[in-house]
Design a binder for this molecule. Structure first.
Ligand code: NAD
Length: 382
């Protein structure tokens, strides 16, 4: 059996799906591993390290694609790459099946089996494969580090002979995986941290990190959407959050916003007035940018300075921490491979709830019902 690792082709992508250290158990099972030249360089893994780990390194991307039985990726291969895959090959990665299902059409039509890391069920057994959480952890950390680097203030309180510097005030919106890591990072740097989330359950986790949880009376509606996620709120309930955010923004040096509702555009929580209320020099990092953003002024992928306030909307912060982001991702992928590779052979058993949950398409048809529905209306791949 042949496993292939490509150099990611998406602009700005520096991560790699597997690292040399990941190959040991695969090579020991007799699996032939091919790696495209330079695939891991930005993530700290040289071609020589892949070779030493038992892989064959080659510049021939087409040959790698054509021979792969398993292709772990970070991002979905484009349509031209998909067309080179053989029928029955398995692709695993962040395939965006709910955001851009049409871009998977070539692989589905070519009988390629697709597993999406976004769809891995968040159950205990699959925690070690939870790549969304791994990447959210990295993004939450890096958002605070980037904001601290830009802020013309210090984070910790300093008592010096020249006087006392008060601590920076950080406001985190959305206390899920990324938000909690942002809180922990800001606290470690000495900031005073406040956080807001619609899920009441987040309050205890926020307080346990030494931050203040801001409660909003949402008018008695249920903000829990199941599986630990938030539900999509009514405009009236969203407005109550927006009012709190505008008030808190005026006192904040840094805002890191992470609010998301799975499968929906990110809720617009931060009004223009909230940004205008921030002091010049303040920094807002909108981690929800890939889903459209939490701030109404956000332009995904752009950094803007408005009235002295910097608004960052990064699309791929994990790629700016490629070494450790790849380490975590590679472990998630390797754990997932453990479900479909037995003694060096490929076994796809969709009776397994993790595989069934993560499977986008198998044997020429969409497996995930939401993807199937979306594909009826999705535009064809370009
Ligand atoms: P997410 O990225 O979907 O959302 C981030 C946060 O935004 C969530 O905490 C959500 O409540 C919040 N949010 C949504 N709408 C909002 C609004 N209008 N105003 C304010 N906040 C809003 O979520 P996530 O970070 O991926 O995880 C969410 C939950 O899932 C957490 O409770 C987490 O502990 C849980 N989780 C469980 C597992 C597991 O069991 N294996 C793994 C990962 C996460």
């Amino acid at each position: 059996m042949h496993l292939a690792i490509l150099k990611e082709s998406a602009a700005g992508e520096t991560r790699v799906a597997l690292l040399p250290e990941s190959l040991k158990t695969l090579v020991a099972q007799g699996i032939a591993v091919s790696v495209q030249c330079g695939a891991g360089v930005a993530a700290g893994a040289s071609d020589a390290a892949f070779t030493a780990a038992g892989a064959t390194v080659t510049a021939d991307r087409g040959a790698i694609l054509g021979s792969a039985d398993i292709l772990p990726v970070v991002n979905a291969p484009n349509a031209a790459d998909q067309a080179r895959l053989k029928a029955g090959a398995v692709v695993i990665g962040f395939l965006k099946p709910l955001d851009a299902p049409g871009e998977l059409a070539t692989a589905i039509a070519g009988n390629v089996t697709l597993f999406s890391m976004e769809l891995v069920p968040r159950i205990s057994r699959a925690q070690s494969m939870d790549a969304l959480s791994s990447m959210a952890t990295v993004a939450g950390y890096k958002a605070v580090i980037d904001a601290a680097a830009l802020l013309p203030r210090l984070f910790p309180m300093l008592m010096t002979a020249a006087g006392t510097i008060p601590p920076a005030k950080v406001f985190v919106i959305g206390a899920g995986v990324a938000g909690l890591q942002a809180i922990a990072t800001a606290r470690r740097l000495g900031a005073v941290v406040e956080a807001y989330d619609v899920r009441a359950a987040a309050g205890e986790q926020v307080r346990s990190l030494g931050a203040k949880f801001l409660d909003v009376d949402l008018g008695g509606i249920n903000a829990e959407g199941g599986g630990g996620y938030a539900a999509e709120l009514t405009e009236e309930a969203l407005d109550r959050g927006r009012d709190l955010i505008t008030k808190t923004a005026a006192q904040s040096d840094v805002i890191v916003t992470t609010a998301q509702v799975p499968g929906r555009p990110a809720p617009r929580l931060i009004r223009r007035a909230a940004v205008e209320a921030m002091r010049p020099g303040s920094v807002l990092v909108d981690l929800a940018a890939p889903a459209g953003g939490n701030c109404e002024l956000t332009r995904p992928g752009m950094t803007q300075v408005m009235g002295g306030v910097t608004l960052m909307a990064p699309m791929n912060l994990p790629a700016t921490v490629a070494v450790d982001a790849s380490k975590l991702y590679a472990r998630n992928i390797l754990n997932f491979l453990g479900l479909i590779v037995k003694k060096g052979e490929l076994h796809v058993d969709l009776g397994d709830e993790v595989l069934a949950g993560a499977c986008v398409a198998h044997q020429g048809s969409p497996v995930n019902p939401r993807v199937a529905k979306l594909l009826q209306t999705a535009p064809a791949a370009s």
